[in-house]
Write a protein that binds this ligand. Structure first.
Ligand SMILES: Cc1ncc(COP(=O)(O)O)c(C=O)c1O
Length: 561
């Protein structure tokens, strides 16, 4: 690479716009062209390169001598980075929540970088602080539906915060659980509260032996991270089984709470249920917990009620989806990610609080910013410096509007149902969840196995003799173990062939419960998906599956014999 001038004058020029727009435009256009080429690329979901090969490309062990010309470094980025990036925008890439974004988002990112506002304090983020508060109020309103007067009073009231803009769903959940912890162990008389005294002293002051968080087995692992960071301990995140629809099993939850109390009584201990968490769009299956019932239980137990709607929450901007989320307004707080269903680029979360004063528990002050009388947003956040990321959802909610998002969700729903139909018609696949928010779980099962499963199920239901039931259950389990291996292999082979992509997980909540079943997972939110593409995806996966059957078929035949 050609070395650039190493003078302060040259470097200073990099920090301001050039005298004329020429250079800025030249590089700007080069970058836009590079991005355009990346999207035009139709071969595979990323260039075929192995991970060890990538490690070879990026193996320079010390900071390069520079400065180099911008042009050359941009070229290097094109050659080494963009071509080896994953084509998450491809409609054949339906494996993760990361999907296509509207192109104007790229332009909004340029504005965000150019303004370089730091949302932590008003001195570095003027209008952008107000934009953020406005956006937070919009999201608060679709969830809690407080009256106009409430929003008029609080939207720009710097003494309170309706919520925080965060870096992602993980940080939103952490923020919510931190508030939950402060509320569970507050200051009292001369006791200064958990924030000052720490978890040990606070638990002992209140006579608790531990604090627990209850969430279904479908809970996102960010909740465990939060328990770790908040000093509760990961083992105090208690997993509650789900029903066949992947919703928290309310009876199992009640039983668990009862057992905890009984155990406490027996051992002379006291457990505090710090928070009950509902999920509104589980990561693996997209299903939504029964939030009304969870809200009731949380209230009965005096527990904080958080709803993790990182995946699904944004659907609430469309009225048709409200009924799925019934009860969400009872939550103390709700997390929503904008890089999921709001189609914004990575990454930004929002966490909103029903009570506008709740974030006051986190207030921090310092001498040089966030002073006591300041209007800085940073007083309420765990994070310090933050970008003006909220410009993207703020602008997008105007550019697409509720009507635009309604159409996108309608299309995503149709894509999900079409994919389900195409899979079922192909006869080699079995769909294993009831999709609510655009996520489908399925697996490859040859028809001769599926027929057996159905026949065995009927026999078991008819309660034929006990020995026979034991034998059929054993055979089902054995066959499923082989199918699990087949489907794991299928997903790996799909990834290797690199023309389509789905992810995989294991679920204990399918019709084969409690056995864990390896399933393929498709997330169908890309608006460019159509029936033809879905048919091609299924036929590709079918073809790869049939190839694998050469190896697996004899084992399956033996297992069902
Ligand atoms: C339900 C749920 N909660 C939390 C998260 C974490 O979000 P993030 O990856 O933005 O930290 C996810 C991510 O997939 C999620 O699906």
């Amino acid at each position: 690479m050609i070395k650039a001038e190493s003078s302060l004058e040259y470097l200073q020029k990099l920090f301001i716009l050039p005298d004329t727009t020429d250079k800025f435009m030249e590089f700007g256009l080069a970058v836009l062209e590079m991005i355009y080429d990346f999207f035009k690329e139709k071969k595979g979901l990323h260039k075929k390169i192995t991970l060890p090969e990538l490690a070879q490309i990026f193996n320079q062990t010390s900071i390069p001598e520079g400065p180099y010309l911008i042009r050359d470094v941009l070229e290097e980025i094109r050659e080494k980075v963009t071509v080896h990036s994953v084509m998450v925008a491809s409609p054949y890439y339906i494996g993760h929540m990361t999907s296509a974004i509207p192109y104007y988002m790229i332009l909004l990112e340029i504005i965000i970088a150019a303004l370089n506002q730091n949302q932590v304090k008003i001195e570095t983020a003027k209008a952008s602080s107000f934009v953020e508060r406005e956006l937070v109020a919009w999201i608060h309103r679709i969830i809690f539906e407080r009256d106009e007067q409430f929003y008029r009073k609080n939207i720009q009231n710097h003494r309170v915060a309706l919520g925080n803009v965060t870096s992602d769903g993980t940080m939103s959940n952490l923020t919510a659980l931190l508030v939950a912890r402060e509320k569970a162990l507050p200051p009292d008389k001369s006791f200064p509260g958990v924030r000052k005294a720490g978890v040990d002293k606070a638990l002992s002051y209140y006579g608790y032996s531990r604090m627990v968080v209850l969430i279904s087995q479908r809970g996102h692992y960010s909740i465990r991270k939060a328990a770790h960071l908040l000093g509760l301990g990961e083992e105090n995140v208690i997993s509650i089984p789900v029903d066949m629809s992947n919703r928290i099993d309310i009876s199992a939850l009640k039983r668990k709470i009862k057992n905890i109390k009984r155990d406490d009584l027996r051992k002379g201990k006291k457990t505090k249920v710090m928070a009950l968490i509902g999920i509104a769009g589980t990561t693996e299956t997209g299903n939504i917990d029964s939030l009304t019932e969870l809200g009731d239980i949380a209230r009965q137990e005096g527990a904080y009620f958080h709803v993790d709607a990182a995946w699904g929450g944004a659907a609430l901007i469309v009225d048709e989806y409200r009924s799925l989320f019934r009860g969400i307004e009872r939550a103390d707080s709700v997390s929503v990610d904008v890089h999921k269903l709001l189609y914004c680029p990575m990454a930004m979360g929002i966490v909103v609080f029903r009570n506008e004063k709740d974030l006051g528990h986190l207030k921090q002050f310092s001498q040089y910013i966030n002073r006591r009388d300041s209007v800085d947003t940073g007083r309420f956040t765990i994070e310090g410096s933050r970008p003006f990321a909220c410009l993207k959802p703020w602008a997008s909610l105007k550019i697409l509007g509720r009507d635009g998002y309604r159409l996108l969700f309608k299309q995503a729903n149709e894509a999900t149902l079409t994919f389900k139909r195409v899979l079922e018609e192909s006869e080699n696949f079995e769909v294993l969840n009831h999709p609510e928010l655009f996520i489908l779980n399925y697996r490859l099962v040859p028809p001769f196995v599926l027929e057996k499963f159905h026949a065995w199920e009927e026999k078991i239901k008819a309660r034929s003799n006990r020995n026979e039931i034991t034998e059929l259950t054993r055979k089902t389990r054995k066959t499923n173990r082989i199918l699990n291996a087949l489907n794991v292999q299928l997903q790996k082979s799909i990834r290797q062939e690199d023309t389509t992509f789905v992810s995989r997980t294991t679920l204990e909540s399918t019709r084969y419960r409690p056995q864990r079943i390896a399933v393929l997972r498709a997330v169908l939110i890309n608006p460019l998906i159509n029936e033809d593409i879905l048919k091609r995806i299924v036929s590709t996966q079918n073809r790869i599956g049939l190839r694998l059957m050469d190896h697996f078929e004899p084992h399956l035949r033996e297992a069902i014999a």
